[in-house]
Design a protein around this ligand. Sequence first.
Ligand code: SF4
Length: 372
Amino acid sequence: MSYGLYINFPFCKSKCSYCDYITVPDYNGYSDIYLNALIKEMQLYSGNKLKSVYLGGGTPSLMPASQLEKLINALHTNFKISKKIEFTIEVNPDDVDNQLLKYYKNFGVNRISLGIQSFDDEILKFLKRRYNGKTAEKAINLAASFFENYNVDILFAVPQVQSLKKLENDVMLALKYKPKHFAIYDLVIEEKTYLGWLLKKLQIRAVEDDDYVEYYELVYNLLTASDYYHYEISSYALSGFECKHNKLYWRNYEYIGIGAAAHSYINKKRFWNYKFPRQYINAVLDKNNAEESFEILDDDRRLGETIMLNLHLAEGVNIKEINKKYQIDFLKKFRKQIEKLINQELIEVNNNNMKLTFKGRLFANIAASEFL
Ligand code: SF4
């Protein structure tokens, strides 16, 4: 079988104000034992072919070169990997230097994802990122000199400190380097974060819905005018540079996730690993199994999820494919829901295809929930 592989590296030097992932500092080389657990878990999937590899976190760019080399050797020992597959590493701008990028190239990484978020010092400080705008720009400049294919993450809807003008400046500055891919996310204030705490104390106010729409439209206008294709709700790419790994999730294809908190989806079963790195390490090293829990997805559930995920993509839902795979008449089965969403101008249906309208992209969850 052939899968996308996600590897989680849940270590960060500090905590960003909006982050609700489980991450820990690398106390005294803790990540060494973690690496051994990753390699052991990998062996459970030995022999499979990979379509893509994505090393995310956390901050995988904190991983020392010796660890990365060991991890990549283990990948080649355990999986069938063609040199051509997309291999992405997430990189914190603060960690970028010539040597790091040279290592990545030598190890066969062919795509990096730069977590820039903003070039504005006030915004970066508010987000508790550990670099300033100059460092972020230096990172993108260096990334562009090493990699043809790299992604830039930018955040919008940052309360208090962001304005349309500041967002425009961020996008325009990144555009100078013509990254092949942009991931532009709205900042969601989660309860168990520093920003969540500030919100609860009424020390900040969430961005209003109308402002949110303006941010979203601004990004869309700037990037589509520069030849980027808005191929997924939060993602833009130049032709041929859509993220293959992420598309695999949006198409609801199968994937393997290794590491703490990683999810896998194989043969109608979704399962997930222990969340905390210590629990994960103990589970793998003691029981040779990191799985905390699982669910088996029946046909209805898989159908609903496939529609929900496919709707994220500009190409939308391929009706013929769905009919064949689930032995249904899609348009008949969902006639009421489809009519309702067309009336609300959230979706459009043409021949063999159902997709979100521009307005629908802003309310994707509402549209998708009709099919679940
Ligand atoms: S770098 Fe990413 S994972 Fe780490 S604390 Fe910040 S947002 Fe969270």
